[in-house]
Design a protein around this ligand. Sequence first.
Ligand code: DSN
Length: 427
Amino acid sequence: MSEFKNSTPAEIFEIIDQHHRFFEKSIPLIASENLTSIAVRRCFISDLGHRYAEGKVGKRFYQGCYFIDGVEDAAIKITKEIFDVEHVNVQPISGVVANIAAFFALTKPGDTIMSMSVPCGGHISHDRISAAGIRGLKVVYYPFDNDVINIDVDETRKIALKEKPKVFVLGSSLILFPQPVKEISEIASEIEARVFYDASHVLGLIAGREFQAPLKEGADVLAGSTHKTFFGPQRAIILSKKELAKKIDTAVFPGVISNHHLNTLAGYVIAAMEMKEFGKAYARQIIRNAKRLAEEMKELGFNVIGERAGFTESHQVAVDVTEFGGGDPVAKKLEKINVILNKNLLPWDNISDSRNPSGIRIGVQEVTRIGMKEGEMERIAEIIYDAVSNRKGESQLRQEVYDLKKEFNMIKYTFEESPAYKFPDIC
Ligand code: DSN
């Protein structure tokens, strides 16, 4: 940890600078992170970040919102266009907040929902430990097919007919493949339930039309954070059919939001413009990179999961590293050579294994945004292998990481390329 000694602003800026230098020479592979462009970052320091705009466009509870209304109207319009959807709410300030709002809109306390367990990839907010618990929901888990790393639809149907969930929650934090939205939606319509897809991880792939299209396949509501594969600021959106508009909007405000962070809302609009222009090429390259990384790791001898289904169709690769001591020591070892990723529960783990689960999860969306392609994925696989198998020492590998990364510190898939990990020259 970097220690704070003198309590001066300069010291904080120095710590931030050290963080920037650290990331500049690191390979960032956390599947839930990404980089924003300079145009998006310019919005962060605008006066919008000091204002309130409770309510809807044109119907605010605060004065002074003429121009803010323009920003939010633009956010709504471009989101509808990118996702080809009837209704959007752009106000949630995070993915969990969006999920809580969706649960408030679609359920009442005491209802049952069906969701993915955390080891099978479910997000904590789909479980009783978090958002589902806040709403007082009973949670029943999907049966999971470990061979294809996906939901077992036939078994799900049997459980659903017995438990009668009000909502089927789809979308995961460990998500290698599209999920059976159409089949689950058919089950939902038999028991008059709703389907809610948490697209936080795959929102940028959906926007680029390179993953499944949950709302077209039958989901009623889709929420997603806008900073993972979707390379915007840390906030979220909710998309739905028109018939649910009022319920969703009321659940967001006054339900779970007062101020909705107008500076990052403006940044979101810019990121959405970038996604509209460059999203297809970006999403396609992400998937190519993830597949290449998975194949190369497999060739090197890693136990890459999901082989039967082709390893991955998303930005993620998951590897069972039990033979190397488990996810915790492996992630820490890689951190020492500046390869940054996280340990991860795998479907055969228990939740109680979370301190040292079997797996690591690798996300390639950030390295794709800085221009890496299949060749760089092969180098990353080799570096990871050389580290965990002790084939090379730490200082040599840190140098190899540095040499690989130094050519890739500019943000791509944007209108104005800019350095990824520096204080931008914004004013
Ligand atoms: N915890 C994040 C992830 O890494 O998937 C999602 O909130």
